[in-house]
Ligand binder design. Structure first.
Ligand code: NAD
Length: 462
């Protein structure tokens, strides 16, 4: 058996990035992955396939709603569902093969199978025991359901099943108005499905800026999504091709039901550590099943590290990637670092939502003096030219120092625009720094600059 400096368990964005960085830093590295392809949930059944489906369904929406306005006449395209799924699978295959290529290029051994850790320094896969000075656990997360609801991936599905339905459902009930529910709910609403989102809280996307929540819900309603808010789902009765969802309204405890062909359970995810044998090893877990780590991603067992969705923090691919790189650097004797204050979050609906740093509600709770600079996309020429005038950029800055504390965008390419602010925050930028930077015209990014101008003497185009 080969002796490794590092064995990474799991080849999702956390694990494969950690493996590549370890190899780049001269460490002999292997990565254990049980799926047939590399890339984990994100590349195989999460971020990437959902973006393909969002893209395809967005094109259809454009053809149905905006083409005629631009003088593009003729019948809107018909959906060939099989072909749409094949396109999505193709996108996934290109990406997963890309990771395989990167493994070869960096001389990383892919150990195929599911890993178990019998003791520190040893990883068992099938009947083989592999030795490593360091082990990085990057096993990710799995969909977590709620009591009374059993996922069968046919009628009651997680995001995985929702991305490979045999046909477009007539009626879809989505449980949970979080990121997954709204992204996949949007896909099916655009494809003609009647979508009802049942959400426990009184607002969508928990933790987001309240103005963004309200605007996004209003826009999604206009796009045809129905919302039942303040409703706790009690049970789902699944029949062969239908289901009945029972919920209780929190305001008066009354019960109601809604029928569906398919029910998407999008009520969050939980760390995936099944079969690793961590408890027997004495690796500390939190009550929520997350692996406990110190500031350097090391568990309480020396030589065993953990990163990504299996540890604390937002379950985001890019947070896992950052931890993967930093953890590799720590193992190589360098100073790995992740700035948890500047981790953006994006929802890939149309319009997109992007957020970084503090929300206004958090600043109020902390009793901080802050200023708000806001600019609507209706004042941005480029946005209006492409029918995307809905939404705004909202910048939150320290009232005294003008330093940027947070930014919340709902609008075109929000997921890309937010990074100007992320870089600014890393450099300790003020709103004035952004406002004094020349932004090309006509771009969506001018809206970010205008929000920064609004923190000072005022935005120009509003
Ligand atoms: P989420 O935590 O974002 O949202 C779950 C929602 O379900 C919440 O609004 C919650 O109030 C609601 N809920 C819980 N129990 C309920 C009940 N009994 N009845 C009705 N509503 C109920 O979870 P998610 O959307 O499943 O996403 C899981 C994870 O995956 C998140 O951490 C998310 O950040 C991540 N993710 C991120 C992206 C992205 O970055 N674009 C995309 C997909 C997933």
């Amino acid at each position: 058996m080969a002796q490794y400096d590092v064995i990474v368990i799991g080849a999702g964005p956390g694990g494969y990035v950690a493996a590549i960085r370890c190899a780049q830093l001269g460490l002999k590295t292997a990565c254990v992955e049980g799926r047939d392809t590399l890339g984990g949930t994100c590349l195989n059944v999460g971020c990437i396939p959902s973006k393909a489906m969002l893209h395809a369904s967005h094109q259809l929406h454009e053809a149905e709603h905006n083409f005629e306005k631009m003088g593009l006449k003729g019948a809107a395209p018909k959906v060939d569902w099989k072909q749409m799924l094949a396109y999505k699978d193709d996108v996934v295959a290109t990406n997963t093969k890309g990771v395989e290529f990167l493994f070869k290029k960096n001389k990383i051994d892919w150990i195929k199978g599911w890993a178990q850790v019998p003791e520190a320094g040893k990883v068992k896969v099938g009947d083989d025991i592999h030795e490593a000075k360091n082990i990085i656990v990057a096993t990710g997360s799995e969909a977590s359901s709620i009591p009374g609801v059993e996922i069968d991936e046919k009628v009651v599905v997680s995001s995985t099943g929702a991305l490979e339905l045999p046909k477009i459902p007539k009626k879809l009930v989505v449980i949970g108005a979080g990121v997954i529910g709204l992204e996949l709910g949007s896909v099916y609403a655009r494809l003609g499905t009647e979508v009802t989102v049942v959400e426990f809280l009184d607002q969508i996307t928990p933790g987001m800026d309240a103005e963004v929540q309200k605007t996004l819900q209003r826009v999604l309603k206009k796009q045809g999504l129905n919302f039942v808010m303040g409703a706790a789902v009690q049970s789902v009765e699944a029949m062969k091709t239908k289901a009945k969802v029972t919920y209780k309204l929190r305001k008066d405890d009354s019960e109601a039901t809604v029928d569906a062909d398919v029910v998407l359970v999008a009520t969050g995810r939980k760390p995936f550590t099944d079969g690793l044998g961590l408890e027997a090893l004495g690796v500390e877990l939190s009550p929520r099943g997350q692996i406990r780590t110190d500031g350097h991603w090391q568990t309480n067992v020396p030589g065993i590290y953990a990163i990504g969705d299996v540890i604390d923090g937002p379950m985001l691919a890019h947070k896992a990637e950052d931890e993967g790189m930093a953890c590799a650097e720590v193992i190589a004797g360098k100073a790995g670092h992740v700035n948890y204050d500047v981790i953006p979050g994006v929802i890939y609906t149309t319009p997109e939502v992007a957020t970084v740093g503090k929300t206004e509600q958090q600043l109020k709770e902390e009793g901080r003096a802050y200023k708000v600079g806001k600019f609507p996309f209706m004042g941005n020429g480029r946005a209006k030219a492409v029918f995307q005038g809905e939404g705004f950029v909202k910048l939150l800055v320290d009232a005294e120092t003008d330093r940027i504390l947070g930014c919340h965008i709902i609008g075109p390419s929000a997921g890309d625009l937010i990074h100007e602010i992320c870089v600014g925050m890393e450099f300790g930028a003020s709103a004035e720094d952004i406002a004094l930077t020349c932004h090309a015209h006509p771009t969506f990014s001018e809206a970010v600059r205008e929000a920064a101008l609004a923190c000072g003497d005022g935005a120009i185009h509003v």
